[in-house]
Structures are given as C-alpha cells and as structure tokens.
Design a protein around this ligand. Sequence first.
Ligand code: DAH
Length: 357
Amino acid sequence: MTTSPLANLATQTTELLAAVHALSTFEALREAEPFITGKRSILSTLQKSLGGLEPEARRAAGAQLQEARRTVEAALEIRRSELALAARAELLESDRLDLGDVVVSAVRWPASVGHPSLVASTQRELEDVFIAMGFTVSDGPEVESDWYNFEALNIPPAHPARGMWDTFYVEMGEPETVVLRTHTSPTQIHLMEGAVENGSLPIHSVMPGRCYRRDTPDARHLATFHQIEGLVVDRGITFADLAGVIETFTRKYFGPDISSRLRPAFFPFTEPSAEFEITCTICRGEGCRTCSHTGWIELGGCGMLDPAVFEAVGIDGDEWSGFAFGFGIERCVQMRHQIADMRALIENDVRFLRQFS
Ligand code: DAH
C-alpha cells in the first residue's frame, strides 16, 4: 500500500503556522509569503503530488489540502494586519511632533516685552521739551473739513498754494469737502476758535499728531506721518520770540552743538514765513551728501500769524500777535538717530525696531 502524500499534513500545517507566527516585520512577511502559501511552498508541492492519485482519493486529498491551505492563509492574513498596524504605529512615533518640548523651550527663552515705537517715544520727548518751555499739549481731529485744513489757514479753494499739499479727499463738495488732514496746522484753528469762545487767550501750545499726504513713500517721505505744530498767541509777540523758541528747542532736543537758522519762505498762514533748518546731524555742519554739502537740514516751517488767519477765527490782530511752527516727527527721528531710509520706521522689521527698545 502506498502512503498518502498528505501523511504528514498535520505536522506540516503546524510548522507553517509556527513560521507565520514567528514573522516579526512586514518586510519579512512579504519575503516569506512565496514559501508559506505561494508557488514555492510545501502546500503547492503537495498539490502537484496529488496528480498521481486515483480520482476518488485525489478528491478527498484535495479537500484536505484545501482545508490546510485556508488555515495557513487565514493565519497569514491576521499576521499581515498585525504587522501593518505595528509598522504604522512605529511611523507615527518617529514622526511625532513633541509639543511638550516646544512649550518647555518657549518658557526657557527670556520673555520679550514690547516697547513704544520710535515715533511714539520721540513724540513724548518732543512734548516734554516744549512742556519744559511752558507750552501745553493739545490734540485735534485727523479728518478735517476743507475749512479747517485750508480755508481758515488763508488757502482759498483753487489757490495755487493748495498744490503744496497732495491731499486725500474723504468727500468732495456738498455739503462740504472733507479731507484727511495734510498737516497739523488746522489744530491751530480749533485752538484759537476755542480760546475766543472761552475768552482763554493767550495760547502757548504744541499739537502733535498724524497727518496724511498722497505722496509716494521714499527715503524721506511717508504717506502717513506725524507732525508737531506750535502756536503762540499773546500780546507783544515778535519774530525774535519765534527764533528764540526754535533755537532753544533745537539745542535741547538735538544737543548743544546743533543750532538752528531761519530762511525766508512762503506759507499762506504766516507773514513773514520762514523755513527752519538745523545743523546737519550726520556731518555736524561740515557738509555731506545728506545735507547736499550745505551743512544744514530743513526741519519745518514757521512764521508770524497772518492777519487773515486772525480774522478767520475772530482774534483782534491789533491787540494780539503770535507765531506758529510745524515740523515732521519722522524727520526729527531720522536726524536724531541717523536713519538713512524713513520707511524703516513703518516696515516693522523687528531687527530694526529692537535697536530702539
Ligand atoms: N503746515 C506746514 C506744512 O505742513 C508747516 C508749517 C509751516 C506750519 C509754517 C506752521 C507754519 O505752523 O507757521 O507744510
């Protein structure tokens, strides 16, 4: 009697199941698969050997072998999904972003506290210099009617002097034209009107604030910038008082080796008018590229209040006289800290800003 080719099937199946169980990685499973259930497995070899059996015996053996194969294949599938899960868990672990670490190192950094911008801190400093000289500090609106920004300052509609200020218009015409103030001078008008109404003349006040011009920003201009305006209305005020205030301010703010000078100019709201210049802080007056080799840098405008302005606000020019001045705060910052490009002040590059904390 011939022994059945499947005589050892039970043992062989047990061995295959043990081999499946011993597979420890997904890779190993893929490599072993042909030897466990594939073409090179004992199961396939046995399958071929059934060909020599009588039909009846072959059918019985075939069913038996099929049963063994199903058992091994099922075990292999279970192992496959176990190893796939393990591989995925391992990947997740190695890719993990440990937020715990991030938080800990953030806490270890020294906490950084913000600080006022250079423009804001300069505005405070300028106010302090003028307060020490006996001035008060006043505030005015940034959105003004045409009357405050222009007409009351002796700049009638269509007057060519309007070309001095590139204006952002909020509203044109009826019922009135409204603009973003192009300078802090309109605050003078509010102040004088208020003083007339309250009978509170004289006035010695500075008015810092934000202004707007339809300018293309460059190294020395911004479309949004700050000015500080000065106004004195009192009895017996002369041009010498104006020159004295400008000079005192210049030395106090920029230092004793920087002085001021006044040069004839035109502004509709002052007569006579002047531009005021200070010693170039880059070359200390020697002459350099920044000051076009003149040794002087223009800071702002000033002059004696024009009778037309007194008339607009209802102040008696026979009893009172006064002067005004106005200059850019960013220009001051630039001169004081030797900043080549004014745009650095608004670009919020912390590497630049941190230098002034
Ligand atoms: N408002 C002028 C400007 O922005 C500057 C100025 C000039 C202000 C003369 C004044 C002044 O008070 O008297 O161009």
